[in-house]
Design a protein around this ligand. Structure first.
Ligand SMILES: C[S@@+](CC[C@H](N)C(=O)[O-])C[C@H]1O[C@@H](n2cnc3c(N)ncnc32)[C@H](O)[C@@H]1O
Length: 266
């Protein structure tokens, strides 16, 4: 019996890498710049964490997910604002540190952490996603992000999303490194043809930007506009249209008069 136990212990001690990582050391000290799975660990300065959560307008109603959560600071800050927040972090030692930090700050009930690969994680339930990754990783995540519920807010420390330009950016004055936060709001999908009671709207969409034409009889007006989640606004000729997209219909107002549209062919 003792011999069997000895073999089990010997086997356990000889297991390298992944399995050994499942037992994080209590005295683990992270080092800025240490290797991570897809990106090294560098913590976001607290002033920028605050700015990112300000840009995303985080409230207690939000569920915030930080992709690659490091020592947990963004998750903990969101939890202090009353939001529920989750950190997804590949390094199990960092996950343990984050849990301890959350406990120290008294927000363990609102801040959770999982050891997982962000590329294999479901973050579809988040209202806010924060990241400090790399532009190349943001670009890999972009198709999945664009499938999220319209209105989901994405904030990134410094790194961009290629041709998907931020809806807003903010820079910390007098800051030396990691000073800029970007915000994107997942736009509703509106590309295609829409029928109005009188006329037709033909929309082209590039991320949150829209163009196209509004046709009424022989009159064709070019349109130019923008989406903010489900909210749509555009000008056609001299008229300014605003509205809310709800799947296959749009309801809104133009010059104090209601207008509506439904997807053509439905
Ligand atoms: C630049 S740090 C940002 C940490 C934290 N979000 C912050 O702003 O302070 C990136 C973090 O992502 C983690 N990471 C790298 N690749 C990952 C992956 N595939 N899945 C989950 N976490 C990952 C790293 O271990 C590191 O902690």
């Amino acid at each position: 019996m003792n011999f069997v136990r000895l073999i089990i212990v010997a086997l356990f001690l000889s297991l390298p890498g992944e399995f050994a990582q499942a037992q994080p050391a209590k005295d683990y000290q992270p080092a800025v710049g240490q290797e991570g799975k897809d990106v090294i660990w560098v913590p976001t300065p607290q002033a920028l964490v605050d700015k990112m959560l300000d840009l995303a307008k985080v409230t207690p109603k939000d569920y915030v997910i930080d992709l690659g959560s490091g020592d947990g600071r963004t998750v903990i800050t969101a939890a202090k604002r009353g939001a529920h927040a989750l950190g997804i972090e590949y390094n199990p030692d960092m996950v343990e540190i984050s849990k301890r930090n959350a406990a120290k700050e008294g927000v363990s009930d609102h801040a959770s952490f999982v050891k997982a690969d962000l590329f294999e994680s479901d973050f579809s339930q988040a209202q806010v996603i924060s990241m400090f990754l790399l532009s190349s990783i943001n670009l890999k995540l972009r198709p999945k992000i664009l499938e999220l519920k319209p209105g989901t807010r994405i904030v990134s420390n410094t790194f961009d999303m290629g041709e998907w330009k931020p809806d807003e950016s903010a820079t910390i004055p007098g800051c030396n490194s990691w000073c800029t936060a970007h915000l994107w709001i997942v736009p509703a999908k509106v590309e295609g043809n829409w029928k109005l009671p009188k006329g037709e709207l033909a929309l082209k969409q590039s991320f949150q930007m829209i163009s196209g034409t509004l046709t009424n009889g022989n009159a064709v007006a070019p349109i130019d506009g923008k989406l903010n989640g489900e909210r749509i606004s555009f000008t056609a000729g001299n008229a300014s249209y605003t509205g809310r997209v709800n799947g296959d219909s749009i309801d809104g107002a133009v010059g104090g008069t209601k207008w509506s549209a439904s997807r053509a062919g439905k």
